[in-house]
Design a protein. Structure first.
Length: 183
């Protein structure tokens, strides 16, 4: 196990319908690098991925504070991402990481919540291709690359991009807060 992230607390914000590998892959990457991962959710017990992975909720989002974490990860999955973006508490929780300059990793449809939080204007990122127009309309510069890093914001398109996403996510969390990461 690497010690690159020893002492770091990483929040994973999601609910039912997430893309299983977009939770499990990054979770293993950050915990393998020494961080403690915690699942934050509007759900209060277990959440189930679209392919059946079940993960217990550690903290209800209504009880969570970004002050308690060094970074945030937003897995995708259409149902998960759609449900989170209409949950005001989840949107506020995600936005707080940007206000504090903390690293945020987002993959696939997870970027929908960032549009609601109004934190993508002037930022370069990628996502699942169907979000391209939504992100551009919200002021982002969308590119079709396996992983994009913009001042602590790490984004990727699909589960195929997880190796590159995980590596950059660990790197950015290790670097800590970024001045250019803002709401």
């Amino acid at each position: 196990m690497s010690a690159a992230l020893n002492g770091k607390q990483v929040a994973f914000l999601l609910t039912d319908g997430y893309e299983d590998s977009e939770l499990t892959g990054p979770w293993e990457a950050v915990t393998g690098a020494g961080a403690t991962a915690r699942l934050v959710s509007p759900a209060t017990q277990d959440v189930t991925g679209k392919n059946g992975h079940v993960q217990p909720v550690d903290v209800a989002v209504a009880e969570a504070s970004s002050d308690d974490y060094h970074a945030l990860v937003l897995p995708g999955g259409v149902v998960n991402a759609d449900d989170l973006r209409v949950d005001e508490t989840s949107v506020a929780f995600a936005k707080a990481f940007f206000e504090q300059g903390k690293p945020v990793g987002v993959i696939c449809h997870g970027a929908w919540i960032l549009i609601e939080a109004d934190v993508v204007r002037g930022r370069e990122l990628t996502s699942y291709p169907s979000l391209k127009t939504d992100l551009r309309n919200a002021g982002a510069s969308w590119v079709d690359e396996e992983v994009v890093v913009d001042q602590g914001l790490v984004s990727s398109r699909t589960p195929d991009d997880l190796p590159a996403f995980n590596a950059k996510l660990v790197e950015e969390i290790g670097e800590g807060e970024h001045e250019g990461q803002h709401a």
